[in-house]
Design a binder for this molecule. Structure first.
Ligand SMILES: Cc1cc2nc3c(=O)[nH]c(=O)nc-3n(C[C@H](O)[C@H](O)[C@H](O)COP(=O)(O)OP(=O)(O)OC[C@H]3O[C@@H](n4cnc5c(N)ncnc54)[C@H](O)[C@@H]3O)c2cc1C
Ligand code: SF4
Ligand code: SF4
Ligand code: SF4
Length: 760
C-alpha cells in the first residue's frame, strides 16, 4: 500500500488523527447519507487508510431518519459494530438534532451541520465541538443536484467536511472521480469555500459535557451508548454463508469483436494511464497496421462497445489512429534457437500480418509480391483521402525494420510454389481476390466503360481527369471509392447504381454516408441491362428490381423486371466484385481448412486473408494472417493446439452505469464537403487529443478504483501489493462488492473447504 504512488499524502491536520477514527452521518432517507459515508471512506482510502463503511436502515420510507457509518484506521479494521462513539458527526438535516444525534460524542468532537443559519447564530451552543456550518441544501439546489422536491446534499457537504479536515481540493476531486461523481464536484468545491468553522478550545471542551450542550425542548430519549463500542473477540463469518467474492477478469466485448484480435481494452487503458507508447506496446502485439486500421476499419469493436448503451460507444478506431500517429514504438524480435525460413506470397494486409508474427517470433520471412510495393489493396485500391500514403508507409516501415525481406514484381505461379516448398519450412499464400467480375450486358465493349479497380489504381498512380456525368455500378467499398474519387477527378455529377436497397449495400456504412455527404446520388433497386452509345457510352438502360425471397445471405434476392428507363452518362465504372482467383495453384492441390492438400496428404502450404476467407476487410485479413502464422509455428513445433477460452463478454447489464458520468464521445475533425472535392487530402483529421480513452469503462478488468473496498460493509477488503485482498474468514457473503463493482471485475464463488474452515 505504501508503494502506491496514486495515494494522496495525508494532510498535516490529519497526520495526528487519533485512530481508529469513527464518523457517523445522520440524515433522512433520500438525502444520500449512505453515499455520503461512502464518499468519506473514499476520501480516506485515497490517503492510504483502511476504511469500513455501511448504512443503518431497513425499510424506512423516504424522509425517515437514517444513520451511516465510516470507520478509518491505519490497520485492518476488526470492529464490525455500528459507530456509537463518533469522533466526527455529520448532520444532513438540522431538524434531526437532539440527544440521540449527539450521543456518544466526546468533548472536542467534530460536528458538521447542514443549516441555513450562519455560525454567529449558534452563540455558545455546541461550544465543546469543533463546529462547521454550511448551507449545503442551498448550494446543492443552486447546482441542480437532486430534484426540485428533494435536494440531494451528500456530495455537497463532503466539500465542507474536506475543508474541516484540511484535505486538498485535489484529493476531493480524486475521490469524486473514483466514484463517478465528477458532475457534483463544483457543488462540493462551493461548499469547501462557504463552510464556516469555529474551532474548539480544548480547555472549554473538557469543561462542558456534550449532553449539556444540547438544550432539548422535550425529555431526551434513551441514548444509544449502551451498546458495545469496542471490537468483540470473535466476529468471523462462522457458518453464516457459503459464498465469497473474488477478483476475476472477464472478457471485454470490444476485444472479442475485433477481427484482428486486438486487446482493445488493454491498449485504451494503457493510453489513458501511460500514454501513446504504452498503448502501442499493447496494440502492436496483434496489430501490424494500426495507422491503417485506425483510419479504414469498419470498427466492429465499436458496435460491440458497452458504452454504446450508456452515452455512445468509445471512439476506439480513432484512439487506435491516435496511438499510431503519436508513437514511434516498435516491438523487438524474440530470440529463437533455430530460426526457420518462411515464404509469404502476397504483400497485402494478410501477408504483412503473417510475416510480422513470424519475424517477431524470431524467424526469417520473405514476402513475394506481384506488384511493385507492399500494401495490396491498401496501396492500389483505397484512395488517399481515406488512407494517405504516408500513414501506410509508417506501418510498412515498422514491419520492414524487423528484417522482413521482400521480392517485388514477382508473380508466383504453380511451378514456383512447387519449388518453394523445397526451399522453405512453410509457405503462406495471401494472394487476395482475383480479377474483377464482368457484367454480361449489351454494350459493355463501348469506350468510356472501365473496371472500377483499374480506375482506382490509375487515380492512385497519377492525376486522372474526368468530365461530365459519371455512373458507378455496384454497392461495395470499391463502388463507393470509385464514386468519391470520380468527384475529386472533376466529374460534374456522380450517380451510383445498385440493384438492392441502401441497407443491403456491402460497403462500410460510414463510407456510404460520406459519399452522399459529398454529393454522390444513390440510384437504388436498379440493374443495368444494356449500355448504349455511338462508340462511346452515353446511357445505361436500367431495369427496375423488386425484392424477392431472402437468399443464403439473408438479403432479399433481386428480381429484375421488364420495366426499364435510360440514365444518361459520359463514363461508367463497374464495381461488381472480384472472383476468388485461385486457378493458378497446382492442379493436384485442394484447399481445405486454409491448408493445401494433395489427396490425403497435408502440405506445408497455408492460405490466409481474402483468398482463404473472402471476409473482405483489412482487420479480418490481419486476424487471419496472424492466426495462420501462429498455427503454422505450432504445427512445425508439434505444439498441442490450444484454443484460448475467451469466455463470454461482459454485457451492458453487468456495467454499473450509475458509477459513471455522462460524457458524449469525442468526435473526429472532418473536412467540410466544400473543400473535399478539390483534393485528395485526408477527409478525417482524427481526434484532437487522447481524452476519449478516459471514457472506456475497462469492462471486465479491475482498474483499482477502490469501489469494492469502499462499499464492503464489513471492511474485509484491503489493498495489497498485487491489488486487493479479501479476508473471507470475516466476509459475510453479502455480495455488495460484486454488485457495486462498476465494471464486473469480481464474482461470487462457492467457498473452498479451507475457506469454510477459516471462517469458523
Ligand atoms: C477499393 C477497395 C476499398 C476497400 N476499402 C476497405 C475499407 O475501407 N476497409 C476495410 O477494412 N477493407 C476495405 N477493403 C477490403 C480490404 O482491402 C481487403 O479485404 C484486404 O486488403 C484483403 O487483404 P489480403 O491481404 O487478403 O489481400 P490484398 O490486399 O488483395 O493483397 C493481396 C496481395 O497479393 C498479391 N498477389 C496476388 N497474387 C499473387 C501472386 N501470385 N504472386 C505474388 N503476389 C500476388 C497482390 O498483388 C496483392 O498485393 C477494400 C477493398 C477494395 C478493393
Ligand atoms: S482493428 Fe478495427 S475492430 Fe480491431 S480495434 Fe481496430 S478499429 Fe476496432
Ligand atoms: S467501454 Fe471500453 S472495455 Fe468496454 S467495450 Fe467499450 S472500449 Fe471495450
Ligand atoms: S470495484 Fe474497482 S477495485 Fe474493486 S474489483 Fe471492481 S474495478 Fe477493481
Amino acid at each position: 500500500m505504501k508503494n502506491d504512488t496514486s495515494l494522496e499524502p495525508v494532510p498535516t491536520s490529519l497526520a495526528d488523527l487519533s485512530l481508529p477514527l469513527e464518523v457517523r452521518v445522520h440524515g433522512r432517507g433520500g438525502q444520500g447519507g449512505v453515499t455520503c459515508a461512502k464518499l468519506i471512506a473514499s476520501l480516506y482510502t485515497r490517503m492510504g487508510f483502511h476504511v469500513q463503511t455501511f448504512g443503518d436502515y431497513g425499510s424506512e420510507r423516504s424522509g425517515a431518519p437514517i444513520q451511516a457509518f465510516t470507520r478509518v484506521d491505519r490497520q485492518t479494521i476488526a470492529n464490525r459494530n455500528k459507530v456509537y462513539r463518533p469522533d466526527h458527526l455529520i448532520v444532513l438535516d438540522e431538524a434531526l438534532m437532539g440527544p440521540q444525534v449527539l450521543s456518544g460524542t466526546a468533548p472536542g468532537a467534530l460536528l458538521l451541520l447542514n443549516t441555513r443559519s450562519p455560525l454567529d447564530a449558534y452563540g455558545g451552543q455546541y461550544a465543546n465541538y469543533r463546529l462547521g456550518v454550511v448551507d449545503a441544501t442551498a448550494i446543492a439546489r443552486e447546482h441542480g443536484i437532486g430534484s426540485s422536491s428533494v435536494v440531494i446534499i451528500n456530495t455537497t457537504i463532503l466539500g465542507a467536511y474536506a475543508r474541516l479536515l484540511g484535505v486538498s481540493l485535489g484529493a476531493l476531486e480524486a475521490a469524486f472521480a473514483s466514484l463517478g461523481l465528477g458532475g457534483d464536484l463544483a457543488a462540493a468545491e462551493h461548499a469547501y469555500e462557504q463552510v464556516q468553522i469555529r474551532t474548539c478550545d480544548p480547555a472549554d471542551a473538557h469543561a462542558v459535557a456534550p449532553a449539556t450542550a444540547w438544550q432539548p425542548d422535550s425529555a431526551p430519549v434513551t441514548p444509544l451508548t449502551e451498546h458495545r463500542a469496542d471490537s468483540p473477540a470473535t466476529l468471523k463469518t462462522g457458518s453464516w454463508s457459503t459464498q465469497a467474492p473474488r477478483y476475476r477478469n472477464h472478457a471485454a466485448p470490444c476485444n472479442l469483436a475485433c477481427p484482428a484480435g486486438n486487446d482493445v481494452r488493454g491498449f485504451v487503458q494503457a493510453l489513458q494511464d501511460d500514454g501513446a507508447d504504452a498503448a502501442a506496446k499493447v496494440l502492436l502485439r496483434t496489430q501490424p497496421l494500426p495507422s491503417v486500421c485506425g483510419r479504414v476499419c469498419p470498427a466492429p469493436c465499436m458496435q460491440a462497445c458497452n458504452r454504446d448503451a450508456f452515452d455512445g460507444a468509445v471512439n476506439i478506431r480513432s484512439l487506435e489512429r491516435w496511438v499510431a500517429d503519436h508513437s514511434t514504438q516498435a516491438l523487438g524480435k524474440q530470440a529463437v534457437a533455430r530460426p526457420r525460413r518462411f515464404a509469404v506470397v502476397g504483400g497485402g494486409p494478410a501477408g504483412l500480418s503473417a510475416a510480422y508474427q513470424l519475424v517477431l517470433h524470431g524467424h526469417a520471412v520473405t514476402i513475394f509480391e506481384a506488384g511493385p510495393a507492399l500494401g495490396g489493396v491498401l496501396r492500389n485500391g483505397i484512395p488517399a483521402y481515406r488512407l494517405p500514403p504516408e500513414a501506410l508507409q509508417r506501418d510498412l516501415q515498422r514491419i520492414l525494420d524487423l528484417g522482413v525481406e521482400t521480392r517485388f514484381n514477382v508473380r508466383i505461379g504453380h511451378t514456383d510454389l512447387l519449388r518453394m516448398q523445397e526451399e522453405y519450412d512453410a509457405l503462406i499464400v495471401c494472394a487476395g481476390l482475383g480479377p474483377a467480375l464482368r457484367l454480361e450486358a449489351e454494350g459493355t465493349g463501348l469506350a468510356g466503360l472501365e473496371q472500377g479497380l483499374d480506375f482506382l489504381d490509375r487515380a492512385k498512380l497519377g492525376k486522372v481527369e474526368l468530365r461530365g456525368r459519371v455512373v458507378v455500378v455496384g454497392g461495395g467499398n470499391t463502388a463507393i471509392d470509385c464514386a468519391r474519387t470520380a468527384l475529386r477527378c472533376g466529374a460534374s455529377s456522380v450517380k451510383l447504381v445498385y440493384r438492392r436497397g441502401r441497407e443491403d449495400m456491402p460497403a462500410i456504412a460510414e463510407e456510404i454516408d460520406s459519399a452522399e455527404f459529398e454529393g454522390v446520388r444513390l440510384v437504388l433497386n436498379r440493374q443495368p441491362v444494356a449500355f448504349s452509345g455511338n462508340g462511346t457510352v452515353s446511357a445505361l438502360v436500367l431495369a427496375e428490381v423488386e425484392p424477392g425471397a431472402p437468399d443464403e445471405s439473408g438479403r432479399r434476392r433481386p428480381m429484375v423486371t421488364q420495366r426499364t428507363s435510360n440514365l444518361e452518362c459520359d463514363t461508367v465504372f463497374l464495381a461488381l466484385g472480384q472472383s476468388a482467383g485461385m486457378e493458378w495453384l497446382p492442379g493436384t492441390w485442394q484447399v481445405r481448412d486454409s491448408r493445401a492438400w494433395e489427396g490425403s496428404q497435408a502440405l506445408d502450404v497455408w492460405f490466409a486473408g481474402d483468398c482463404a476467407t473472402g471476409e473482405g476487410t483489412v482487420t479480418h485479413a490481419i486476424g487471419s494472417g496472424r492466426r495462420i502464422a501462429l498455427a503454422v509455428l505450432g504445427r512445425l513445433d508439434n505444439a498441442p493446439e490450444t484454443q484460448p477460452d475467451a469466455g463470454s463478454a461482459v454485457a451492458p447489464g453487468q456495467i454499473r452505469f450509475s458509477h459513471f458520468d455522462v460524457v458524449p464521445p469525442h468526435r473526429d475533425k472532418e473536412l467540410p464537403p466544400s473543400v473535399r472535392r478539390d483534393s485528395f487530402e485526408e477527409c478525417n483529421h482524427g481526434l484532437a487529443g487522447p481524452e476519449e480513452a478516459g471514457r472506456c469503462f475497462s469492462c471486465g478488468q479491475c482498474t483499482h478504483c477502490d469501489t469494492c473496498l469502499i462499499y464492503c460493509p464489513e471492511g474485509v477488503i484491503t489493498r495489497s501489493e498485487s491489488g486487493y485482498r479479501i479476508d473471507t474468514s470475516y466476509c459475510k457473503g453479502c455480495g455488495m462488492c460484486v454488485a457495486e463493482c462498476p465494471r464486473s471485475a469480481m464474482e461470487m464463488h462457492e467457498k473452498t473447504k479451507l475457506e469454510v474452515r477459516q471462517c469458523l
